[in-house]
Design a protein around this ligand. Sequence first.
Ligand code: SF4
Length: 481
Amino acid sequence: MRVRGIASPAARREPTPPPDRAALREPPTRPPDRAALRESPIPPPDTPPLPEPTWPPRTTPGPPLGLYVHVPFCVSRCPYCDFAVVAGAATRGPRNRIGAFLAALETELRLRADALDERFGPPGTPVRPALETCYLGGGTPSLLGPAAVERILRSIADRFGLAPWAEVSLEANPGPDERGDPLAWRQVGVTRLSFGGQSLDPAELRTLGRRHRPADVVAAVEAARRAGIGSVNVDLLYDVPGQTLASFAASLAAVIEAGADHVSCYALELGVGEVDGAASPDRATGEAVTPDRSAPGRGALVWRRRMRAGQDPDRAAAMYELAAERLAAAGYRGYELSNWARPGHESRHNLLYWARWPVEAVGPGAHAFDGAVRRWTTASLEAYLAALVPRDGRPPEPPPGGREVLDPATARAETWILGLRTERGLPAFAAEDAAAGEAVAWAMAAGLMEVTAGEPGTSDRRVRLTRRGRLLSNEVFVRFV
Ligand code: SF4
């Protein structure tokens, strides 16, 4: 286990001085210097290398290196969304549930931290290093506002420890009423902003039910860069009904031109198993879907069935290849199947997942992993609140949920599949894994996997997907299950 220092809460509250706020509000008199905007920040000298998978596969529990916070609020619900989300009156207006959620979250952070203290001792020791990453996802966590996010981050730094160089990500929608002030985000400790851009084509945004305009995505990225946010990501969707190769190329070009450091491209998935309107039970509680639960409504399911007719796997493959080509030409590395970054801007938090390092998680619908057990929490916001802020005088308790102990075969399959998602892949000696021998031999013979030569002068040979293997990754992955 790597040893990390711990940042004091005071240190976390004193970021380097931000740029002059008044100057940022002045309309620029000339276009921003995009070349300067694209310069990578110099990482602090004690920043460790990016997380890598371990081999043999991890099967024993360890303290978390990352923490995910799920914030379930959105202004409205996009019809393709399967995340644990509440919208409308729960988010805005006199009956919103944000205050109740923040109180419950504070309690859950305390309970989870107490449990970790008991298992591994206090944070900031060799046995329990401070967190390397913290990710506020959702939902739309930017709707919480900087004061609430600062309180959450302070609690996390106090109880879990946060390394001085920790990556602190916040997801935001690009619209001006949702993204918040990037300078305020930076001042409260956010180092990375991730915008749900999805497309920069007005017709596609309408199709997807998004609230923002294409220009909002560019404005959000540029404002974040001017405010000195260390890394800025934009999510894009492809295989959107009505989308063409040309319109997808234009979205990519606009995001690159705006100066994003990181681009995630995901194929639009339209919930194939749920389009008949059969409400699936909550995975954690087994309860039928309730109005507070964020399952898509019948209207969304009908919309999905209609939209699926406009999808095309061949066009989707062409779009994926286009993304790989255009982003590589612009200096981004495809460090994971769906993720491209300029050097130094890879998502450390997501690399923890792909490398199967332990990650704690709080909030409704959140999934945690300790190296041996996966634990998940109910997606029902009301069930979450009832456990953590009981109204009948009972003491708070961890929210309902489930857990799965991973057997060695599952751990091995996960290590292969998640590791092969990354450009680095796995150490070459993993290819000698007898249990995966057939899958490895098949993928090598089909030209979908390769063993790389390694950097000159090193023995760092890797086994990974080939370019063709990245396109046909699912065919490879099923052979490891
Ligand atoms: S904004 Fe994002 S999280 Fe919210 S409903 Fe839309 S896709 Fe889901």
